[in-house]
Ligand binder design. Structure first.
Ligand code: 0O2
Length: 223
């Protein structure tokens, strides 16, 4: 059924995926603009990295199967919200909320759903702020609203999630090892959340007590 669907819908599906690629460009640009403006104003970049992807056909079909979604293009578009994914890696937890607010205040962005896994981490320890948004893309003769999943996280949260992702997709882990890994990852998540809090605090102490013009020089600047 799935192979038949892919064969029959190859062209419209590729077209649909290209809209998601365009929406990613729009959202990435919005974040780059915010990062640029912030760096001019405050002399530092809140964004460390932006990683984006359009979901592959293979994992899209897997998700359709798992969620038992009707096999039509419109139902895929309606029910799968992470076909376009933009992951924004920030320096500090506060930057996440600042960037999310700035994005959501833009008048062409519509928030569909917000999932705050930082304030409410997943049972396994996963932390990130997820925003499901709708963004317009302007084509030759039409305007289309496209859904994008934005994941905002710190470097520490990203480090944890990428290791956990590798473990998750590893097959045939014996039960005792799996239990050890689960407990260990949960503890690592807590340690890294604590590190985030402390690093945020150090930055707050620096930025609140030292005026910008009297900022502490780097060692390299002193030599
Ligand atoms: P991939 O390979 O990263 O694309 P749904 O998206 O509907 O299946 P849900 O619960 O509504 O599920 O979405 P959720 O959990 O808010 O967000 C799903 C995405 O967040 C995942 O996409 C991951 O990218 C990330 N994520 C959520 N939980 C975890 C976790 O425990 N560990 C890690 N490493 N990532 C997580 P995919 O499609 O599952 O995977």
């Amino acid at each position: 059924e799935f192979i038949d669907f892919i064969q029959k819908n190859k062209k419209p599906m590729d077209k649909l995926l290209s809209y998601y690629a365009c929406a990613i460009m729009e959202v990435e640009t919005k974040f780059r603009v915010l990062d640029h403006q912030y760096s001019l104003e405050y002399d530092r970049n809140p964004i460390e990295d932006i990683k984006s992807r359009v979901k592959s056909w293979e994992s899209l079909i897997k998700k359709v199967r798992r969620k038992e979604i009707p096999l039509t293009l419109s139902s895929i578009e309606e029910n799968i919200h992470d076909i376009a994914g933009v992951r924004v890696v920030c320096s500090f937890p506060d930057d996440i909320y600042m960037l999310a607010d700035c994005l959501l205040n833009q008048d062409d962005i519509t928030l569909i759903e917000k999932k705050d896994y930082i304030k409410n981490p997943k049972p396994g320890g996963y932390r990130s702020l997820h925003l499901i948004i709708s963004v317009p893309i302007f084509l030759q003769d039409e305007k289309r609203m496209v859904t994008v999943e934005v994941q905002l996280r710190t470097i520490a949260m990203d480090f944890w999630a990428s290791l956990e992702h590798k473990i998750r997709y590893k097959k045939n882990i014996p039960e005792d090892k799996a239990l050890y890994l689960q407990n260990e990852m949960l503890e690592c998540a807590e340690i890294s959340a604590d590190l985030d809090r402390r690093m945020q605090n150090v930055r707050d102490v620096i930025s609140k007590n030292v005026p910008k013009e009297e900022k502490i020089p780097f060692l390299g600047e002193l030599i």
